[in-house]
Design a binder for this molecule. Structure first.
Ligand SMILES: [Fe+2]
Length: 238
């Protein structure tokens, strides 16, 4: 039995430019992510030992390791996608993305409203995914790491709604945190994630009609421009 190749800790220098979240909160969150990567490496080593030793007739050791490894790898990947989308303020939503959003939600404002309401309904993660079954963008939730809510869907946006993502700055005012988060989203990166998801669909021989008809539209202004000054003093992961 093999284990996955756990990547090295990634640096996210873009986090130095997040508006509306304190450097302390962002640094603590990044440190939590670092811990998940280190834990994933440890679990893969233990996984290898457990497999080689075959020491449990009931596979209890392996089951526990698999559970912990699933949880930890999901935490790593969720945080990496979440961090990668923050702090650059590419305000124009690329036409490919804006037209896909318009097709599936009616308007960009409808999408933001649905994303916000979905996020506020969970204390775990909220994902915007390209669902490969329906070929539509949808907003879905996960209660915690390791519970990605459904298969055959690719996340293009991930937002952390756990307490540690906002409570230091916003207390129980989750809507304020979410408003700040959405203003910090890098729509160029979101569009790149959607393009990658569509490319994967195409490579698998699946249709991707939701986007092919939208190449002539103009870029969409997201109207979620940041209102706070850039804070470039924060150095995360350096
Ligand atoms: Fe988190």
């Amino acid at each position: 039995m093999s284990c996955v190749k756990v990547p090295a800790i990634r640096r996210f220098e873009n986090l130095a430019h997040v508006n509306g979240l304190s450097p302390v909160l962002v640094q603590d969150h990044y440190t939590l992510y670092q811990g998940y990567v280190q834990k994933a490496h440890e679990l893969c080593q233990l996984h290898g030992q457990a497999v080689r030793q075959k020491r449990s007739a009931t596979e209890t050791d392996l089951r526990n390791l698999k559970r912990d490894l699933t949880f930890t790898l999901a935490a790593v990947r969720n945080h990496e996608l979440y961090f990668s989308l923050l702090g650059i303020h590419e305000l124009d939503c690329p036409q490919m993305l804006s037209e896909s959003i318009k097709t599936d939600f009616g308007s960009f404002d409808n999408f933001i409203s649905d994303l916000t309401r979905t996020a506020l309904s969970t204390h775990g993660w909220v994902f915007t995914v390209l669902d490969h079954h329906s070929n539509h963008l949808i907003n879905i939730t996960s209660a915690q790491n390791g519970q990605f809510p459904m298969w055959n869907a690719t996340p293009i946006i991930v937002i952390d709604m756990a307490d540690h993502a906002y409570y230091y700055d916003y207390g129980s005012h989750r809507a304020e945190y979410l408003n700040v988060l959405i203003k910090n989203l890098n729509w160029q990166n979101v569009a790149a994630n959607l393009q990658s998801a569509m490319d994967a669909m195409k490579a698998a021989g699946l249709p991707s009609a939701s986007v092919e008809n939208h190449t002539a539209a103009e870029p969409h202004s997201t109207a979620v421009s940041p209102t706070l000054e850039l804070d470039s003093s924060l150095a995360v992961g350096v």
